[in-house]
Design a protein around this ligand. Structure first.
Ligand code: ADP
Length: 533
């Protein structure tokens, strides 16, 4: 009994032991199964995610086996080509290429994939509806776990828009090149024109530094054109500095005639025009236009001389006429005297006497015209003479409501001359100005030191400008008013300006007029001063 019980107990213990082992084994299997199920779910999820990803991209994704038959056809491929996955699985991928296949291209692709490399290239592809579009394919080989090539995967992009943009870009490029060529042509044309102009042209910045010049500008200053950009205008031609400053400050066109001493020692006269130039950013610059008037002025001087000779002839004729008229009157009065009463005689004698006075006055003025300076030579202070003349004519000026403005340079050099003669000149000019402004106006007198070209030589001068705001003088009369006996006034003698010019020229100077009809007249007296003054 005991043995049987013991055996049974042993058997039970054995059974329990085997049961526990089985249970443990079952538990392990169960754990492994759970893990495998979890991993399967993870993989499934990942696959679903990748499929979703492939469905959303715009590129078509397809896979082929080694024979070129399609094994995968993504939803985006369906959208791009129009064929469903069911229609395409098993089809040959190259059938997607439109027209005759480019054997060279396909050969290159096969060679790359065959050696396990990726390949990229462009094809013309066709859709289910027969339309054709340019595509860009990136193809890579795929391998199994034993690294054997089992096919290829291709990603295809529709590059219709890229091609269109590329073509538009190319067309724009062609247009740009054509526009560039036009621009270059215009630039060359302008360059040729500007460089062949007789006028000197330069672009000057706000610091008075030269930026660009044409050939004539460089020629005027006897410098190579390439040396001028970057140079200060003050170094090249100091006389133009005030014109540039004036143009910049007022943003208005300005003009001045200046003299310039060239490096070769030649003095030239330049008409300088300053034209303001403001670009879109507000940067102020000046275009300088220089006209060499040296030769023209010399010719004009010669012509004036000729005209003066001709005027002398006219003067002789005029004098004969002017003297003959009162002489004939005197002759008539003398004739009438013979047969007239005592009272009448007195009247005729008075009339004859007044005619004689007229002849005498005329002869005196004519004498002024021809008489070489026989007046006292003394040191002349031009400003003092002006102040004296303005004082003398004070009541006449006030009577005509004429406002006098004076801008007299304080440090004008003195020079030797005939004080009375210069006073007479100024009196003539001021009296003419008063005549020109019977209803009032402005009389402006300015004195300054200036370089002037007189009789072909350039000299420092005291310049006196007398400007009025009267009606001005017609262009065709501006030289004739200096002819003796030329007058537009009912009781004028026409000798004031002729005598004045004569007196100024006796001082080695010049008298000229500047006037724009309707805008007043400016008479400019230039009197040379000694070199050391
Ligand atoms: P007169 O004053 O006797 O006429 P002038 O020789 O002084 O002689 O002047 C000649 C002419 O010049 C004048 O008649 C006038 O036509 C013109 N003239 C001179 N000065 C002026 C002026 N300031 N404004 C307009 N015309 C002028």
């Amino acid at each position: 009994m005991d043995r049987r019980v013991r055996r049974r107990r042993r058997q039970n213990a054995d059974l329990s032991h085997r049961f526990k082992r089985l249970l443990n084994s079952l538990r392990r299997t169960n754990r492994r199964l759970r893990n495998e199920i979890a991993e399967y779910r993870r993989n499934e999820q990942e696959l679903r995610f990748q499929a979703k990803l492939l469905a959303t991209v715009s590129q078509a994704v397809l896979a082929t086996d080694t024979s070129g038959a399609i094994t995968y056809w993504s939803p985006s491929a369906e959208r791009m080509f129009g064929w469903s996955a069911a229609e395409m699985i098993g089809a040959i991928g190259f059938h997607l290429v439109a027209g005759l296949p480019d054997l060279e291209l396909i050969g290159a692709m096969r060679a790359a994939i065959g050696t396990g490399k990726s390949w990229e290239g462009e094809f013309m592809l066709r859709r289910r509806d027969g339309t054709v579009f340019p595509g860009y394919a990136a193809i890579s080989p795929i391998f199994d776990e034993q690294n054997r090539r089992i096919g290829a995967v291709g990603v295809v992009s529709d590059i219709t828009e890229r091609k269109r943009d590329q073509q538009a870009l190319e067309e724009a490029n062609v247009r740009l090149q054509a526009a560039n060529a036009d621009l270059q042509l215009s630039h060359n044309l302008l360059h040729t024109i500007v460089n062949n102009l007789d006028d000197g042209l330069a672009l000057i910045d706000s610091q008075r530094v030269i930026q660009v010049v044409n050939r004539q500008f460089a020629r005027l200053f006897e410098m190579p054109p390439e040396h001028l950009p970057g140079t200060s205008c003050d170094d090249v031609c100091p006389a133009v500095a005030p014109i540039i400053a004036r143009t910049l400050s007022g943003s208005v066109k300005s003009f001045e005639r200046v003299s310039h001493l060239r490096p070769s020692g030649e003095v030239i006269t330049l008409d300088v025009y300053g034209i303001p130039l403001c670009d879109a950013s507000g940067t102020q610059r000046v275009v300088l236009r220089l006209v060499d008037v040296t030769e023209r002025l010399q010719l004009e001087a010669i012509m004036r001389q000729n005209e003066r000779l001709a005027a002398s002839g006219r003067l002789a004729a005029a004098v004969v006429h002017e003297i003959n008229t009162p002489l004939q009157s005197i002759q008539n009065y003398l004739y009438l005297l013979r047969s007239s009463s005592v009272e009448q005689s007195a009247a005729f004698l008075d009339l004859a006497s007044s005619e004689i006075t007229r002849v005498s006055t005329l002869l005196h003025r004519l004498l002024d015209l021809q008489r070489p300076g026989d007046r006292l030579i003394e040191l002349i202070d031009s400003n003092a003479i002006i102040e004296r003349v303005v004082l003398l004519l004070g009541s006449a000026l006030r009577g005509c409501s004429i406002r006098v403005e004076q801008e007299l340079a304080p440090d004008l050099p003195q020079f030797l001359g005939q004080r009375d003669a210069l006073m007479q000149v100024l009196l003539n000019l001021l009296l003419n100005a008063i005549d020109a402004m019977p209803c009032g106006g402005t009389l402006r007198i300015v004195t300054r030191r200036a370089l002037e070209t007189i009789d072909q030589s350039t000299r420092w001068c005291v310049q006196i400008a007398v400007a009025d705001s009267g009606p001005g003088i017609a262009f065709d009369l501006q030289e004739r008013i200096f002819d003796p006996f030329f007058t537009t006034k009912p009781h004028g003698s026409g000798l004031g300006l002729a005598v004045s010019r004569q007196l100024v020229e006796q001082h080695g100077g010049s008298l000229r007029v500047q006037s724009i009809p309707g805008n007043g007249a400016t008479f400019i007296v230039s009197l040379p001063i000694p070199e050391d003054a």
